[in-house]
Write a new protein. Sequence first.
Length: 349
Amino acid sequence: MRATAARRADRGANAREDDRIGPLLSTDQSHRTLDRMLRRAGEPRDALSVSWDEPADFDRWFVCPTVTPLYYAPVYGELTRGEQLRYNHLTAIYFNELIGYFETSFAVSVLAAVGRAEAAGDDARFSAALRQFVADEQEHTRWWRQLTRLSQPSAANEIQPPLFQIPSALGTLLGKLLARPRLFPAAFWIMLVLEERSLDISRRSLRLEVGEIEPRYREVYRKHMEHEAAHVALDCQLLERYFAPRSRPLRWLNARLFRTALRKFLLPPVRGAKRVVERWIAECPQLAGRRTEILGQLEAVGSSPDYHRMMYSRTSTPIAFSLFDRFPEMHALDRVLLCYAPAVKDRDR
C-alpha cells in the first residue's frame, strides 16, 4: 500500500503540460558539460602543484577582502593592516568549513539523482558525469580541510571549534531533504547559488596581485574555478530534470523553501559571521571595547546594497538570476534579494 501511495505521489509531482518550462540548456550545452566532466574522470586526483607541509603565509590575504562581510562596514577602514589580515584569515577559514560542509552534503542529493537516472535507463554519460561531480566535491573538501589546517597559527595551544556550525536539528532536516531531490529539488537551487558564489569568490581572489594572496589559497581557487564552471552547468541540468517538470504547486513549495534558506542562512551575515568576529576580537583584545559597535555594524551590513551586490546579483551570480527569471515561482525572490528584479513580473504572485 505504501509503495502504491508513493508512486501516486511521485506521478502527482509532475507538471501538467501547461505548467511545463522549456529546456534550460540547449542540447549542445548539455553535451559540452557532460564531455567536460567525463574528460576529467581520467585526471589524477588532487592534481595541485602545492606543498601542504609549510604553514600559511600570514602576511598575505587568504581570500579577496571584498567578499568578507565586514569590508562593507564603516569600521573596516579604521582597522590596522594586521587587524584586517586576521579578520580575513578567519573569514577564509569559515568559508573553507562552509563550502566543505555543503559540498559533502550535496553529494547525497547527487547520488540520489544518479540512482534515479540509472533506474530510468537515462543517458549513461549523465550518470557518469554526476559520479565525477561527487568525486570532485570529495577532492575539494580535502583541499579546504588542508587549507584550514595550514591556516591555524602554529602558536595556538588548543584546537579551536569550527567557525561554521549547524544546529543538529537543522542538519537532520537538511539531510532528509537532500536525500529526496525529486520532492525537494530546492537542494539543487542551493547548490547552484553556492557554487556560483564560490566561482565569484575564486574569480575575485585571483584578480589580486600574485604577491598579495597566500599561494596555496591562490592555487586552490584556480583549480576550484576550473571544476566549478562545469558544476554550475550540471546544476542547470539537474534543475531541468528535477525542478522544471514538477507541478506548479511543488515548484512553489520548493521556491518557498529556497527563499527561506536564503533569507535565514545564505544571505545575511549572521551566526557564523558573528562567530568569526567574536574570535577575531578575542585574538585582537585592543578591539574589545568596540565589540558592540562592530557587531552592530556587521548586522547592518545585511541591508547594504553593496553587500547584496557582492553576494547575489546579475554580476556575481548571473546564471542563477537568469534561471530565476525563467520560473514565475522564483520571482518572489525580489522580496529577499535587493539586487533581483524579475525580467518579467508574474501577475499571479
